[in-house]
Design a binder for this molecule. Structure first.
Ligand code: ADP
Ligand code: MG
Length: 343
């Protein structure tokens, strides 16, 4: 069985279901293949967004490495990040739990507190779900609905050649946080360690940024980074029928990741390019709008966005300029069936 899945890969499985589903019809505007499905409403200026994400014990998390409160927060945050990736405003959340019999009431209460904290922070409301027994591992599935008003949701397939590629914040911190969960790093300052761990355990969906880009019609394409910068940029490239050029000098690295890189035998750039679960936004902007987009993000949200490259004509894949040489990156990110992570 493993062989079949390993050769199909996660994305081979998704393609199979894409064929099963067929083309979207009626009010269903956008189906499998983007961060959210999109349905049109009676009001032509409004779009309904839907997304669902699963977290499985021993694949996505280890019970002794994440508190119940953090897990509650994260399980909603990762779905909210897909709403952010379309430029949407969150509305309802649905929580399905597969729980093992040994779980204590205090664990459920703490999970619920974390979930609620995230829901309150980003304006989602828990509206339903399902609770079942699981024999060995905890299983969590969160679905979220959201809306885009006035402007269409920002899809993965709208990038144009010459567009500037941006990141909403540096990548790699979450992968570094995951590394810190199982490695002693006595030389790293507690504050830096805390920031990297938080990026992994309680990631922040960039909803304000996504909404600004949608409201002001600034981005031609957008995705959130869940599987690694290169892999998720590749999804935008394939969907838009384009290639991309990146310069490693332009890839932002947080000061905390730099500090860790100086202590360990890992290159921060590798984490930034291929580490997953950053849940920041990657988006493309027409070059004439680039400066005003940077200014607006600074003025309205107080954040700096990072230019990392340019979209190219033709399906040429991603070219990375490193140490003055152009190379094709090898391993680009996470595939659920390429290995069994924490078994
Ligand atoms: P994301 O990382 O943004 O959550 P995924 O890579 O998980 O996106 O999924 C990519 C697309 O494939 C999404 O549109 C998702 O809804 C769809 N998808 C994934 N698994 C399935 C499945 N088993 N059946 C139908 N659609 C799926
Ligand atoms: Mg996504």
């Amino acid at each position: 069985m493993a062989d079949g899945l390993v050769s199909m890969g996660e994305f081979g499985v998704v393609e199979l279901f894409q064929k099963t589903a067929g083309p979207v019809t009626g009010a269903n505007t956008l189906g499998i293949g983007d961060d959210c499905a999109v349905l049109s409403r009676d009001d032509p200026a409004e779009y309904l967004l839907l997304t669902t994400d699963a977290l499985v014990e021993r694949v996505h998390f280890l019970r002794d490495q994440i508190s119940a409160r953090q897990l509650g927060y994260k399980s909603l945050a990762v779905s909210l990040s897909d709403i952010a990736a379309m430029g949407g405003i969150p509305e309802a959340a649905f929580l399905s739990l597969g729980l093992t019999r040994d779980i204590k009431k205090s664990w459920i209460e703490a999970f619920s507190d974390g979930f609620l904290e995230c829901a309150n922070e980003f304006g989602a409301q828990l509206m339903g779900g399902d609770t079942v027994a699981s024999k060995q591992d905890i299983f969590i599935n969160v679905s979220v609905t959201g809306k885009c008003k006035s402007n269409e949701p920002i899809r993965r397939d709208g990038a144009k050649a010459g567009d500037i590629i941006y990141l909403g914040r540096p990548t790699g911190d979450s992968a570094a946080g995951l590394y810190l969960l199982s490695h002693e790093t006595p030389g790293l300052q507690e504050r830096d360690k805390g920031k990297l761990l938080a990026a992994h355990l309680t990631p922040e969906p960039q909803l304000g940024l996504g909404q600004l880009l949608c409201r002001e019609n600034l981005a031609s394409a957008m995705i959130d980074i869940s599987d690694g910068l290169l892999q998720d940029l590749d999804h935008v490239c394939k969907a838009s029928g384009l290639g991309a050029h990146l310069d490693s000098e332009d890839i932002p690295i947080s000061p905390q990741l730099k500090s860790l890189g100086a202590l360990e035998d890992y290159s921060p750039l590798d984490w930034a390019l291929s580490g997953g679960e950053d849940y920041c936004l990657l988006f493309c902007v027409h070059r004439d709008l680039a400066t005003s987009t940077e200014t607006m993000c600074k003025k309205e949200l107080g954040i700096r966005i990072h230019r990392i490259g340019t979209m190219l004509h033709g399906q040429t894949g991603i070219r990375l300029l490193k140490d003055g040489r152009s190379m094709e990156p090898g391993k680009t990110g996470y595939d659920h069936f390429s290995k069994y992570p924490t078994d």
